[in-house]
Design a protein around this ligand. Structure first.
Ligand code: TNX
Length: 599
């Protein structure tokens, strides 16, 4: 069962912006272009007046409940055309360029829309009949940052007029992001799992969009507490919704080893049996892991596997004591201290282990990255540490992959393309700046802005506070391009929001810490500074509360966000202070293991 939360405060009431129709005119979103000039007035005849009054009344009844600018993360450009709204017809097909990846995206759009609309939405190739929903691959489409991550440009263009919604992109990934935008432009009820009688209106106009940074991610620590494949897939859905394109899985730590390795089988079967607080743990078989990778790939999310070395290895040492200094098996560890364990960097057998494990993980992982951890290895100091990291980096390069490591690996020698994941709390790190001068790139995960395991407020019932409290404003209010002294924007690959799970035991708790901060960090990573403002963000984000509620996603009803007044009935926040959908077709979020909670 999800742990009960003590409500911290009630959401601020305000006039509903979503979920109630009709809403006469939406003010343009914060990113909207100025309204077109009003045409000159002439004195009209009575008949003309009557006709235009009737048209105006008709418009009042059909104005969509969402504004074209109400998108998170904020798009690069938004031009509303209030007279050009689109209504999805029940017999619409999704028409798509004849390309296998684009067809997948069209299938994904149809799957998103079918449950709530109840429409059949067949998928068919473009041309011959263009039809009302069109997904087109075009070399002329907006692209976005150079293809530094996956060779994939991610921009898209969305045109909405009364005849059609057209998404155009250079790649299937761009089309996919356009689909996520379209989803947010439809009424809240689009999130329902059962058919809703509703006019499916999309606001007219044009969005042209592209990401600011190519790497936008979140991390899930499946080592402290284990989360099964279904939970991880649901997390991937959350990332995709906000155009995040990397899921970093922290697969190994002192408390548990979570990935089967054929050449060292006891890592999973022995090292996987523990978790923080003494629960049963668990691990992914190769087939489980492939399912996660495939599910992510269909949502244009790349999995970044982390094997944390040389510290954070107690679970591995329990399974294979020959890797331990002195070859003595330590007891299994289910507490929450860090920095005490390490594999012996002076023993050749350690490097067989590292090569075997990384080789198998790489073979299961199509993405370019292998994350080698490197954090908090307090017992492996100086040259022993940098020597270990450099050898491990060479192993990764030999596997044709790019090294990612926590920023502690900065002093080690440079290998091509190396990426440091920075998790410090003050923006001054000369060692990282020096590594950047030697060619390293940086993923920013500042502990005091991006760590989703930090509490929102002193009374947040789960989470840590060693890096400070992180409310939504703190998650939102920083700039990756200027955050670290001596690390220029060109060296910043992107942003990642890590969720460590010492205190997190269920999917509902993951969601409670994700929402609403994950969308805030997604906007930091995706949106150009000129389109971002806290005022605009909190207004746009407010409309997502009802979406999460309808989708059964738990969230923290932060008092910083002007949530619409919850409609009466079952969608009110429950007594536990999180919002969730009680619809019977929703599986109750929760873990499939029964690990007792620890604080
Ligand atoms: C530090 S940040 C860690 C993790 C903990 C986390 C808790 C980093 C690279 N290491 O081992 O889980 O703090 O917030």
């Amino acid at each position: 069962m999800p742990r009960e939360y003590t409500p911290r405060s009630r959401p601020v009431s305000r006039t509903p912006r979503t979920g109630v129709a009709p809403v006469p005119e939406q003010p343009p979103g914060p990113d909207a272009a100025p309204a077109p000039a009003v045409p000159p007035t002439v004195t009209p005849a009575a008949g003309t007046l009557a006709r235009s009054a009737a048209q105006a009344a008709g418009r009042l009844l059909t104005r969509p409940p969402v504004g074209l600018g109400d998108v998170v993360p904020a798009p690069a450009s938004v031009r509303p055309q209030p007279a050009a709204d689109f209504v999805l017809p029940a017999d619409a097909a999704v028409r798509v360029s004849a390309d296998a990846d684009a067809r997948e995206v069209a299938g994904h759009l149809a799957e998103l829309l079918r449950p709530a609309t109840g429409y059949p939405l067949p998928v068919a190739d473009l041309p011959p009949a263009p039809g009302p929903l069109q997904l087109t691959l075009s070399a002329a489409a907006p692209r976005g940052p150079a293809a530094t991550v996956s060779g994939d440009a991610e921009g898209y263009r969305l045109d909405v007029d009364p005849d059609a919604v057209r998404i155009t992109a250079g790649t299937a990934t761009g089309l996919f992001h356009g689909v996520q935008t379209l989803r947010q432009l439809l009424p809240v009820a689009v999130e329902s799992r059962t058919p809703v009688a509703q006019r499916w209106v999309v606001p007219g106009g044009t969005i042209v969009d592209r990401p600011r940074f190519p790497y936008r991610g979140a991390m899930l620590d499946v080592a402290r507490h284990f989360f099964g494949v279904e939970d991880v897939c649901r997390v991937i859905d959350h990332l995709a919704r906000y155009k995040l394109n990397h899921l970093h899985l922290h697969l190994t730590d002192d408390q548990g080893w979570r990935i089967a390795v054929d050449s060292w089988p006891r890592l999973a079967t022995v090292g996987g049996r523990t978790a923080v607080g003494g629960g049963p743990g668990g691990w992914y078989t190769a087939a489980d892991y492939r399912r996660i990778v495939a599910y992510a790939a269909r949502r244009h999310v790349t999995v970044v596997p982390e094997v944390d070395l040389p510290g954070h290895t107690n679970a591995a040492l329990v399974a294979y004591p020959e890797l331990a200094p002195g070859r003595v098996a330590p007891p299994p560890y289910t507490g929450t201290e860090v920095g005490f364990s390490y594999v012996d960097p002076t023993d050749e057998r350690t490097y067989d282990f590292v090569a075997d494990v990384l080789g198998e993980v790489a073979a299961l992982t199509p993405g370019p990255w292998l994350h080698i951890g490197g954090d908090e290895a307090y017992k492996v100091k100086g040259a022993a540490y940098t020597g270990f990291v450099e050898r491990t980096q060479r192993i990764v390069a030999g596997l044709g992959r790019t090294v990612v490591g926590w920023h502690q690996i900065a002093p080690a020698g440079q290998v091509d393309g190396r990426v440091l994941q920075w998790w410090g709390t003050d923006g001054d790190d000369p060692t990282v700046a020096e590594a950047v001068r030697r060619g390293a790139r940086v993923i920013l995960s500042p502990g005091n802005h991006a760590y989703l395991d930090m509490k929102y407020a002193p009374d947040t019932p789960i989470g840590h506070d060693w890096a400070g409290l992180i409310d939504v404003h703190r998650a939102y209010h920083w700039d990756p391009a200027t955050h670290l002294t001596g690390v220029p924007a060109e060296a910043v690959l992107g942003v990642e929001a890590p969720l460590w799970t010492e205190s997190v035991t269920s999917l509902a708790e993951i969601e409670f810490l994700f929402f609403p901060r994950l969308p805030a960090l997604a906007e930091v990573a995706w949106s150009a500074p000129s389109t971002r403002s806290w005022t605009g963000f909190r207004e746009r984000l407010a409309g997502h509360g009802p979406r999460w509620r309808t989708a059964g996603i738990a969230f923290h009803p932060s008092p910083e966000i002007p949530w619409p007044t919850a409609p009466a009935g079952p969608h009110l926040p429950d007594a536990a202070g999180t919002h969730r959908n009680p619809a019977p077709d929703q599986p109750a979020p929760g873990r499939d293991t029964t690990t007792p909670a620890t604080r």
